[in-house]
Design a protein around this ligand. Structure first.
Ligand SMILES: [Zn+2]
Length: 395
């Protein structure tokens, strides 16, 4: 309680979130961590050793992971994102703001400067910059820093000590309630920034609050577009030279391969039982079609299949706006995927738009599979690891 009050004193705009997290005692954890249900795991010994001042600072840090949507933003990086690098990027972005607000933290905390990055940056930018550095210098700062992790609530893997999502001894916070809390914090932060009698709002928090009040902060259209683009490039790379026709370049007694524009087929399977809205569906399909056009593929190379929950089969639609969502009920996207695989011409890239509450095929098919999970990011955990998974948060 004392640490909480110190935290509220330091960052009054976070008060609502600080009183929303559900503390759970975690003996032997050695630190503080959060999960996706806004449970705050506290090692009583470590926490007691810090005292209210430092404890309050760490509390602001952990709650910061939750408020700034670090778990869901990690999902948007794709299924194969680097947990450790994301944890370093988010820790640096949070600590930067804490130090700017004059909040004390235990010694040796991670900062952007410590990672050789500029202060005041965005989590995703730090994440990307650290990747470039790792490639260029083969290791360096990021690798030599140990990562303890701040739990699944910060975008890390689900740790062994975390309670089950539906555990009732310490109930977790639902997705909608979490978003409501975030909006209240964003509103409070904006008011705090406007009142000159109080402190100044750190740059990172200011940017986050404005983005939150302006609209969804995860650029899912970009993420989906880049996943489809990569899948197309990959499929194209598998067969862009052919010896079927001789090349135009003549070398005596040598048949040169001809460069041929790849004939790729992209099939989009839509889960009509999904919990996504019609507008999200329309913009997801528009985004995919934009990528396909940009890749120089013929528009007739795109087939949209609606996977109906009740009939349990897949029907072909001529235009994306013919897909009508029915909502409710379970579905089996394996049916839609099998129908897509059976289509002629055979698909090279398969994009599935679904809420994720479906079984998935056990084996990789011929087509490169891109899965867009619309709505609950935790549904992205069941997708096959050989597919590319992106998360489209529901508004
Ligand atoms: Zn952290």
């Amino acid at each position: 309680m004392a640490a909480r009050l110190v935290a509220v004193e330091h960052a009054p705009y976070l008060a609502h979130a600080l009183f929303t997290v559900n503390p759970v005692a975690a003996d032997g954890l050695g630190t503080l961590a959060v999960d996706r249900g806004w449970r705050l795991y506290v090692d009583p010994v470590t926490f007691g050793g810090w005292g209210p001042q430092l404890g309050g600072g760490v509390l602001v840090h952990e709650v910061g992971h939750l408020v700034r949507v670090h778990a869901e933003r990690a999902d948007a990086l794709g299924a194969d994102y680097d947990h450790d690098r994301w944890n370093l990027a988010t820790d640096a972005a949070l600590n930067d703001d804490l130090l700017e607000a004059g909040i004390a933290l235990p010694g040796g905390v991670l900062t952007p400067t410590g990672l050789g990055l500029e202060d005041g940056g965005i989590e995703e930018v730090y994440y990307a910059q650290m990747a470039t550095r790792q490639q260029c210098s083969n290791g360096g700062t990021a690798d030599s820093t140990s990562v303890d992790g701040c739990g699944s609530g910060a975008g890390g893997p689900v740790a062994s000590w975390e309670l089950a999502a539906d555990d009732q001894t310490a109930p977790g916070l639902g997705h909608a309630d979490a978003n409501l809390t975030r909006r209240r914090v964003a509103q409070a932060a904006r008011e705090y920034a406007a009142s000159h009698s109080r402190g100044t709002l750190p740059a990172g928090w200011q940017r986050w609050a404005e983005a939150t009040l302006a609209g969804p902060q995860v650029p899912w259209r970009k993420v989906l577009a880049s996943a489809v683009r990569r899948a197309i490039a990959h499929a194209a790379g598998c067969g862009d030279y052919t010896y079927k026709r001789p090349g135009r370049r003549r070398i005596p007694r040598v048949v040169t391969p001809a460069m041929q524009r790849p004939l790729l087929t992209v099939v989009v399977v839509v889960d009509t039982s999904g919990s996504m809205g019609q507008s999200e569906l329309d913009s997801a399909i528009a985004e995919i079609q934009g990528v396909i056009r940009a890749a120089g593929l013929a528009p007739q190379g795109v087939l949209v299949l609606a996977c109906d929950a009740e009939v349990g089969d897949a029907t072909r639609v001529r235009r994306a706006n013919e897909v009508r969502l029915v909502g409710g009920g379970g579905t089996d996207m394996r049916v839609g995927i099998a129908a897509a695989e059976a289509a002629r011409p055979r698909p090279d890239v398969l994009v599935v738009l679904t809420d994720g509450y479906t079984p998935w095929p056990e084996r990789r098919g011929r087509a490169h599979l891109v899965i867009a999970i619309i709505g609950d990011p935790s549904a992205a955990r069941n997708t096959p690891d050989w597919a590319t998974t992106v998360v489209v948060p529901a508004v």
